[in-house]
Design a protein around this ligand. Sequence first.
Ligand code: NAP
Length: 339
Amino acid sequence: MTLTSTNICLTEYPKGLPTEETFQTTTTDVVPAGDGEITVKNHWMSVDPYMRGRMTGIKTYIEPFQIGEPLEGGAVGEVTHSGHKDFKVGDWVMTMLGWRSLFTAKVEDMQKVMLQKIDPNMLPPQAFLGVAGMPGLTAYAGLYKVAELQPGETVLVSGAAGAVGSTVCQLAKADGATVIGIAGTDAKCKWLLDHGCDSAINYKTSDNMTKAIRNAAPGGIDVYFENVGGIMLEAALNNMKIFGRMAVCGMISAYNDETPVPGPSNLVQIVGKSLKVQGFIVSNYSKYALEYFAKLGPLMASGQLVQQETVLEGLDKAPEAFLRLFSGDKQGKMLVKIT
Ligand SMILES: NC(=O)c1ccc[n+]([C@@H]2O[C@H](COP(=O)([O-])OP(=O)(O)OC[C@H]3O[C@@H](n4cnc5c(N)ncnc54)[C@H](OP(=O)(O)O)[C@@H]3O)[C@@H](O)[C@H]2O)c1
């Protein structure tokens, strides 16, 4: 018996903002699992900003995607065939083999990257791609292990209504912080105010971000959780308190730049304010996953931490879902429901 998988592949390494033409759909034959393998039917896949960095053909902290090959990324699905004693038909798993409807792979190979059984009765399966997955752990690691949030502090978050940012805001609020979120629409700002933010700033309608942050936090910012870069970083620097900390998680505003943009004009404030500025990559913090889940469980049960999501249906919608990360045309975690 041969099965068929539908896949999304790259046609090129895009210059600037990718378009629908950057992607193409292919089909491949899939042989059901043999010895040591499992076959998985994907139900959900994630699109994430870091994938843009894998579309450049250049190795960074992670290998680039290969043109013509199915893209990769977080996905959850159901085992349909198993040749491995630890997996049975009907098990749900999280892997890094998204952007395809179906695959057979060696368990041993997948375990080197990511292979985790999940319980879809514990949480909706797509939550393992968001608040209970990589974006959630990123929020936790940045806030507690990098920025070392202390009780009673004031936290500023850019990209606050996204997958990582919305988790940061809710975690910080649950710990009693004063939280200021920055997002790109009034609807996103309203959601933030309803879910843990004391203030929310729409950067697209604010004519002076430095002033807007100062109005929201007249005493200054202890912790800045950076997801965006550019003007946000400059405005945040202007408002940091002495001995403030910046957890630099991402700078999405620069991911599609064809030529480097000038840095903030006020970096010298790092010296005068004795700031600690630290970048981080979540994969270096995976040892904190269980610690994070122990915190997450009660917060989700009490409704203090929720996953907001935008879902596009059908694998063919994956390129659109990815592009909408950069237009901001989505709320919360962007997901593709494959089946
Ligand atoms: N370091 C790590 O290990 C790690 C892990 C995961 C994610 N990240 C980073 O964390 C950040 C957030 O990721 P996420 O998965 O939570 O994505 P997301 O926030 O759910 O989606 C991206 C959001 O960024 C905003 N945005 C896009 N282009 C922008 C621009 N030019 N200027 C300002 N805002 C822009 C948009 O929201 P608005 O409507 O508000 O503009 C968009 O909705 C990204 O920088 C990502 O690379 C880092």
